[in-house]
Design a protein around this ligand. Structure first.
Ligand SMILES: *Cc1c(COP(=O)(O)O)cnc(C)c1O
Length: 365
């Protein structure tokens, strides 16, 4: 049997046609009509006013920090339970991360966030939150805290494209936000990201920095340094084709999650990632925790059947890289990490495959 991956690319079928158009126009690189179209499609879908297509979401977060003026010696609050791409841009800017643990929603705890602000050695300038595995954070509480404290809010919506809170798209609540089109995300351009904001000036500045900070002269004039972070027209063509099927991709992921839930509901020791009130998650990965069984055993068992599964993200405050960083913790994300597992959830997966994986789990537990 073919290997069952966690979240493989799922093409719409239109990608090659659009790539052919790119080749016919010879706008292979760097920019071209599809980059604009891709940005327009994100704006139309999420209702965010400004968007910038980039080589990755990590690049987008780096630009967001730079545009907001976060630099050496500054403090940035951030979720501990996340992927490294959320937080390495803090290091690129020589700033200090303050890690905040999760609550029962798996996402950043607003209560610990307040505590972290009080305990910080210096007033933090920004907060990066991750909508983990596609579930939106408790945005009402988080936005209130950021407004009261005068802290910029940056949303890492890499995993939550298509997720909503009070009917509004994730990535449209903060000062700036990023979506990812990496290979295993809800949609993919093989690699890519999008930086979005309500603030036109910030997106214009980010665009300038993403294309080597070249001043507006015919010759190459530079007053500051930038990066080579812009997305190519070829990849944007894939993105345009992918955006056409976003809605169906999210609803399929949600169906898969529900099917797992129904199939495994009899197993007492399993707890699924919850979904907070007034929200609709993207259910990017199928995630659950075991109260008794060691997830490592299940991962090995599935591997024997050629099925990919993985532990949940290892919290940043447990990483050797951040052994000296400040953390406000309650043990919650560590518990998720030691007891949890991600199971295959790609939108191209069949119901039979879900049932097959569940039957292996049921036999083992
Ligand atoms: C994938 C991911 C990123 C990084 O996205 P890239 O486009 O690969 O840079 C950042 N944060 C989270 C939470 C992610 O899952």
């Amino acid at each position: 049997m073919d290997r069952i991956f966690l979240s493989p690319p799922h093409m719409s079928g239109k990608e090659q046609q659009y790539i052919a158009e790119v080749f016919e126009s010879n706008y292979i690189a760097p920019l071209g009509a599809f980059v604009n179209r891709f940005e327009e499609s994100i704006k139309a879908y999420t209702k965010v006013p400004y968007a910038l297509a980039l080589s990755s979401a990590t690049a987008g977060l780096h630009l967001a920090l730079r545009v907001l003026g976060i630099g050496a010696g500054d403090y940035v609050l951030t979720s501990s339970f996340t992927f490294i791409g959320s937080v390495s841009p803090i290091l690129y800017q020589h700033a200090n991360a303050i890690f905040i643990d999760s609550d029962e929603s798996w996402n950043i705890s607003p209560k610990l966030l307040k505590e972290a602000i009080v305990k910080a050695p210096k007033k933090p300038k920004a907060l990066i939150i991750t909508h983990l595995y596609g579930q939106v954070c408790k945005l009402d509480e988080i936005i209130t805290i950021c407004k009261e404290e005068g802290i910029y809010l940056i949303e890492d919506a890499a995993e939550s494209l298509g997720a909503t809170y009070h009917g509004k798209q994730s990535g449209t609540f903060g000062d700036m936000a990023v979506y990812s089109f990496n290979g295993n995300k809800i949609l993919t351009t093989s690699g890519g990201g999008m930086l979005v904001s309500k603030n036109e000036e910030w997106i214009e500045k980010a665009k300038f920095l993403s294309t080597q900070a070249k001043e507006d002269y015919l010759h190459y004039e530079h007053k500051e340094f930038g990066y080579n972070y812009r997305m190519s027209n070829v990849l944007a063509a894939i993105g345009v084709a992918q955006m056409e099927v976003l809605e169906s991709r999210v609803s399929r992921r949600r169906e898969i999650f529900e099917r797992y839930q129904k199939n495994l509901s009899q197993i007492d020791e399993i707890e699924f990632m919850p979904e907070i009130q007034n929200s609709r998650g993207s259910r990017w990965l199928m995630t659950l925790t075991f109260s008794k069984t060691n997830p490592q055993k299940i991962i090995e068992l599935l591997e024997k059947e050629n099925i990919e599964s993985r532990p949940l993200w290892k919290p940043m405050h447990m990483q050797p890289l951040f052994k000296d960083a400040m953390v406000v913790e309650n043990g919650q994300s560590e518990k998720y990490f030691t007891q949890g597992i991600c199971l295959p959830s790609g939108s191209s997966m069949s119901n039979d495959t879900v049932d097959y994986i569940c039957s292996i789990l049921k036999a083992a537990l």
